[in-house]
Design a protein around this ligand. Structure first.
Ligand code: SF4
Length: 899
């Protein structure tokens, strides 16, 4: 286990010792060690493995496929019921114990399960998996495997979905207050206690399930409910009643994965029988979350010929497929640490390559199964991004083979404070290198030496248009026109300044424009420039690109129409699966020719300055991640994205509940609902929403403390680092440090890593550890005394109930970044917009701290100039103190000591 100055080793004789960094690196490279999460350890030791390692997480994924496990020694210990290890030495010992336990478990498996796992184990052993020989020893060898993909061919044994008759349209039978109360009591059960506030909340939420009285005027309830009220059960009471009385059509939408999981757990109270639950409650995510069996098959076939770590990862995914019920790769049971060995995007349908009914795995496809289940389910649990994406293309239905819509007539938007940002992203457009290359690949297939199943329109449609000259000519025209789009490797052209066609010429000019206008070339963040005073070259290339896109739209539309006509002409000859393919292909063409490309053309045309309108903000952007450019182009966002949210998502529904702990801006007194309506779009609706608010039952005067530290020069990185270190030590861990700049975060991490480790406090950090945000939060949550450093994205994703989170430190006031988009919004929403956003951010972050009546937490801002008007973000009962660092540290130590 990585430890200060090297690593803690647990030796075979039961003893342990510390190894120097040098020795730890040598051991790691030799492969003669047990580790948990090789990629993470490699990052910590700043080295790379030379030989395959014994990664206990891999053993866990094989022995207990589909079982959730946080990817760390602590996570393994918890998942296996071992005593939680404290320091690095204990963690090293726990790893040995975990390995022994798992191998014992494997030996004890019933023969039926061992024989199921045997082909894969033998395949992986031949492919060089470090655990392969050990596992084969436990479950038995196979002399000769029938093929190089035996064991990886998991699609063979999967069940097939069956179509069902369409469900009836939902009716409008109201939900009564008395039955809502009774349902809430049933959900809470005999162990729980019905609280007056929760009952009142449930009754207020029932308004969103009352019958609609006017077309386009949904019944919308806007309810703020402080943490601890019991919102989830509060709204599930009327929502589940509505679904039972009226049929399918209820979608519960969240922003974070955690809340989605929590809602599914709560639904077990409503449907205790797992079979009934499976039928009545479905989790729906975007296509990119599910394993695409065809992509997996092709990856497995390619990889089987080149054994190594990638084959191991695919093998462990095969093992997971044997256990998963839904194929959701973002779910808790997926071994996400495998992303270090195989890009997970390669295994999902990210690029619109799905061939639907033409796919040999169509009847086993996880995505198709989820879509079909959600058509009949009483409760669909989804996320804001999916709801918005679907609503925005409802007129094309979905690109599935089936035209049966998924009905969405009643919504519950939990974490409603995120609706604005979800709509902002869902209703935006970007004419960029990445987007153009995706479209080009979809039309022309892989070019050059790229190896992929993305076969292009010609390959996908050639048998369907074989005897249709008009369609063939439209297809040829589209393929030729797509040659103007930027292609794979476009970033090299941009960086060299030598474009290969119209699309890339536009990108080169856009890149030069942003570079000339933005100052910080070394920025970790995206760089941007407005559309004013553009060079002639940029305007000319934009016009050229718009003309090229018009040449593309026309044949795509003709092709879609020809395909639809063939459905009619060949009605008596086409087999079901061919019909389905034609329909899917026509919808895919429509989506690109009528939605995506026209939006790009409109943006390029608007660069003349006359046709943009007041509603949009356009700018050029070089997108960067960790200081590396990865996309460039022209962006368009709505100034107020709640306008399309209201018209395309809310108005067509019959009712919606928008709820959160942080909807209102407490800084504006009587007008505080204004913020909630501005952030949710409720003020754009025909009928005003019904508002309600419920305070939190927590005793913030006893449970929370807020400190504004007056004497830390946060621009001095040494001073900032020592402040963070001492605050974290005072809290004994369970602390999150939030930064507005990546540079400061990295500098602080570098300075406090060792002293915290010496105090047995693990430190995880965004932009330092080679893990995504979700995995970092999982690691942090699994330990009671860990510390975590992150930026904005982390603040939104943190959901850590209990002792694991007891201190939040902001390096400064989290003002919004002064971007072009923000400038436009401030002009629209007024000067107080900055304050409003900042207060909401503070309120949300504070809300993460106290999640139960037993929690205690401290909130620190290291900026003396924090304006008092922002402090209304905190509950009035929470004591706020402006003081020096030493005083804050002493107070925090004393306050948390009584936890
Ligand atoms: S139907 Fe589409 S998404 Fe499903 S496995 Fe086949 S290609 Fe993949």
């Amino acid at each position: 286990m990585p430890a200060p100055g090297g690593a803690a080793l647990a030796l075979p004789d039961g003893t342990g010792r510390l190894a120097s960094l040098e020795e730890a690196r040598a051991l790691f490279r030799s492969g003669q060690v047990l580790v948990a999460h090789a990629a993470f350890v490699a990052g910590r030791l700043k080295t790379s493995p030379k030989e395959p390692l014994f990664d206990v997480l891999e053993l866990f994924a094989f022995v207990r496929p589909g079982v959730p496990c946080v990817p760390s020694a602590m996570g393994l210990a918890r998942a296996l019921g071992l005593a939680p290890p404290g320091n690095a030495s204990e963690q090293a010992r726990a790893l040995r114990q975990a390995g022994d336990l798992l191998l014992d478990e494997l030996r004890a498996l019933p023969e039926a399960q061992r024989s199921r796992a045997r082909p894969l184990a033998n395949q992986l052993a031949r492919g060089g998996w470090r655990w392969g020989a050990v596992i084969v020893d436990c479950i038995g060898a196979i002399e000769k495997l029938p093929s190089p993909i035996t064991g990886l061919d998991v699609w063979q044994g999967l069940p097939k979905w069956e179509d069902e008759a369409p469900s009836a349209k939902p009716s409008s039978i109201p939900v009564e207050a008395a039955e809502t109360r009774a349902r809430l009591e049933q959900l809470i059960g005999i162990t729980g206690e019905t609280r007056v506030e929760q009952q009142a909340y449930a009754e207020a939420a029932a308004y969103a399930f009352s019958p609609r009285e006017r077309a386009g005027a949904p019944k919308v309830a806007l309810i703020e409910a402080g943490t601890g009220i019991g919102k989830t059960l509060g709204y599930l009471a009327p929502a589940s009643l509505w679904a039972e009385k009226n049929g399918a059509g209820l979608w519960v939408s969240t922003y974070t994965r955690n809340l989605q999981r929590q809602i599914v757990q709560e639904l077990a109270r409503l449907y205790p029988d797992p079979a009934e639950r499976e039928e009545k409650a479905v989790v729906r995510k975007g296509r990119e979350n599910y394993l695409c069996l065809l992509n997996y098959e092709e990856a497995a076939k390619r990889t089987a010929l080149a054994p190594g770590q990638r084959l191991v990862a695919l093998g462990l995914i095969a093992r997971w497929v044997q256990a998963t019920s839904d194929g959701d790769m973002s779910g808790a049971g997926f071994p996400s640490f495998l992303a270090a060995s195989v890009p997970l995007g390669e295994l999902t349908d990210r690029r619109g390559e799905c061939v639907y009914a033409a796919c040999p795995h169509y009847r086993q496809c996880f995505i198709e199964r989820a879509i079909r289940r959600s058509r009949h389910a009483q409760v669909v649990v989804a996320n804001h991004a999916l709801v918005i994406a679907q609503a925005s293309r409802d007129w094309i239905v979905d690109e599935t083979t089936d035209t049966q819509p998924e009905r969405r007539v009643r919504y519950v938007f939990d974490e409603g404070h995120h609706l604005f940002d979800a709509a902002d992203s869902g209703f935006s457009a970007f004419v960029s290198g990445f987007e153009m290359a995706e479209l080009r690949r979809w039309i022309r297939g892989p070019e050059g030496r790229a190896r992929s199943r993305a076969r292009g329109l010609e390959e996908r449609l050639k048998d369907l248009v074989a005897d249709d000259e008009a369609a063939q000519s439209a297809l040829e025209e589209a393929v030729a026109a797509a040659g103007a789009l930027a292609g794979d490797g476009w970033m090299r052209s941009v960086q060299s300044g030598v474009p290969r066609g119209t699309g890339e010429a536009f990108l080169v000019a856009a890149y030069a424009h942003v570079s000339a206008r933005s100052d910080d070339a070394e920025s970790f963040y995206s760089r941007e420039a407005g559309t004013e005073a553009m060079s002639d070259a940029l305007i000319e290339t934009a016009h050229e690109l718009a003309r090229a896109l018009r040449r593309l739209v026309a044949p795509l539309i003709r092709l879609a129409n020809d395909l639809r006509k063939s459905l009619d002409d060949k009605a008596d000859k086409l087999e079901t699966y061919s019909r389905a393919r034609v329909e899917a292909a026509a919808r895919g063409l429509d989506r690109r020719a009528k939605l995506i490309v026209p939006a790009w053309i409109a943006m390029l045309d608007a660069l003349d300055g006359q046709s943009k309108g007041e509603e949009f903000v356009d700018w050029f952007e070089i997108e960067r991640e960790d200081g590396r450019d990865f996309d460039v182009g022209l962006r368009r966002h709505w100034v107020d994205p709640t306008i399309p949210l209201a018209t395309e998502v809310l108005a067509p529904a019959h009712g919606a509940l928008i709820t959160s702990a942080t909807l209102r801006d407490a800084g504006l007194g009587e007008e505080d609902w204004q913020a909630a309506e501005v952030r949710t779009g409720a003020h754009h609706l025909l009928e005003p929403p019904r508002r309600a608010s419920f305070g939190s039952p927590f005793r913030y005067s006893e449970q929370a403390r807020v400190f504004i530290v007056k004497d830390v020069d946060r621009r001095n990185l040494d001073a900032l680092a020592s402040a963070m270190r001492e605050l974290f030590l005072a809290a004994g861990g369970g602390a999150i440090g939030l930064f507005t700049a990546v540079r400061a975060l990295r500098a602080v991490e570098d300075r406090i890593h060792t002293p915290l480790a010496e105090a047995n406090l693990a430190l995880y950090a965004q932009h330092v550890d080679r893990l995504d945000t979700g995995a970092l939060i999982d690691l942090f949550r699994a330990e009671e005394n860990a510390c975590l450093l992150g930026t904005d994205a982390l603040r939104d994703g943190v959901d850590v109930p209990g002792r694991s989170l007891r201190l939040v430190v902001f390096d400064k006031v989290p003002w919004p970044k002064p971007t072009i988009l923000h400038r436009a919004r401030r002009a629209r929403f007024g000067k107080t917009y900055d304050d409003l956003l900042t207060r909401l951010r503070l309120k949300q972050a504070f809300g993460r701290l106290i999640r139960s009546e037993h929690d205690k937490g401290c909130f620190v801002i290291l900026e003396s100039a924090t304006p008092s008007r922002l402090l209304t973000a905190f509950p009035p009962e929470a004591p706020v103190k402006r003081c020096g660092l030493a005083e804050a540290i002493a107070d925090i130590r004393a306050f948390l000591a009584t936890m």
